[in-house]
Design a protein around this ligand. Structure first.
Ligand code: BV8
Length: 226
């Protein structure tokens, strides 16, 4: 997969749409224990708790509205067909609802469900329960199709190929604290790309970027696009 402009997004781009971030003051990881709700071990120990966690986030995401940052990225892609790839760590569908077409969800999405027993995949219902039977094999092993800690992210071969050929790499609304996404700026820089961080504040990987602009995504992303 190739693109001149590769854009990585994180929870910060959806913050002004009302969806929580993870590591800011009062963030999701201060309300829930990551180990209990975002690891395979946590799911095995208490699938009902994990479904409750993701059912609430699925509801919040469905009620959220894309903001000016999502809209600006959709405009950029429309103006430069075939040149823009969004790689998102987010599991909401705000990029798609804003009109972006080329979006890779490396951590999965709330819209998808899968079977922990047979790997069958289907569109997730609004509310999932631990005892729901897999439509494929019938086992009560349904889970959100989301990449948890210790699991391999999706689309990695496409992402690494795109980073090798990118002219510009832009990171928006991410703290740079989760790998392998946090290392993408280094992969892009090694390939000679210009690297730009657009974030509320300097991220953990700020030093790897050629340039950084700090502020709210709904303001600094349209300013960069337009
Ligand atoms: C893996 C589930 C093997 C979905 C999540 C080194 C190499 C490789 C792996 C590791 C490594 N070191 C450690 C690891 C293991 C681990 C990891 O990174 N641990 C961390 C804690 C150290 N990684 C994994 O397990 C990954 N798998 O490594 O497989 C492998 C090895 C090599 C190569 C390939 C594979 C799997 C990681 C996925 C885990 N799943 N969540 C969900 O519930 O959502 S991660 C979780 O954090 C979320 O998915 C989120 O996407 C992700 C990153 O968080 P951010 O999006 O950055 O959000 P955060 O709150 O942190 O920051 C928000 C930012 O926005 C802030 O900077 C803030 O200032 C800014 N902001 C706020 N408001 C605004 C704003 N910006 C602009 N405008 C605003 N209004």
């Amino acid at each position: 997969m190739s693109a001149r402009i590769v854009i990585l997004t994180g929870a910060g781009i959806s913050a002004e749409s009302g969806l929580g971030t993870f590591r800011d003051e009062g963030g999701i990881w201060s309300q829930y224990d990551l180990a209990e709700v975002a690891t395979p071990e946590g799911f095995a120990a208490d699938p009902a708790l994990v479904h409750t966690f993701y059912n609430a986030r699925r509801k919040n995401a469905a009620e959220a509205i894309p903001n000016a940052a999502h809209a600006a990225l959709a405009r950029l892609e429309a103006e430069r067909p075939g040149e823009v790839l969004i790689v998102t760590q987010n599991i909401d569908d705000l990029h798609e609802r804003a009109g972006s077409r080329t979006v890779l969800h490396m951590h999965g999405t709330l819209r998808a469900a899968t079977c922990a027993a047979c790997g069958h995949g289907w569109d997730a219902p609004p509310v999932m329960h631990a005892e729901d039977a897999c439509p494929g094999c019938g086992a009560p092993a349904t889970r959100p199709d989301i990449v948890w800690f210790g699991e391999f992210p999706y689309h990695m071969d496409d992402i690494w190929e795109a980073l090798r050929g990118a002219e510009v790499f832009v990171s928006i609304g991410t703290s740079g604290s989760v790998y392998p996404a946090a290392a993408f700026v280094q992969d892009a820089a090694r390939a000679g790309a210009l690297t730009l961080e657009l974030n509320l504040e300097p991220s953990e990987t700020r030093s790897y970027f050629t340039e950084a602009r700090h502020g709210k995504a709904s303001e600094i992303v349209p300013a960069w696009v337009d």
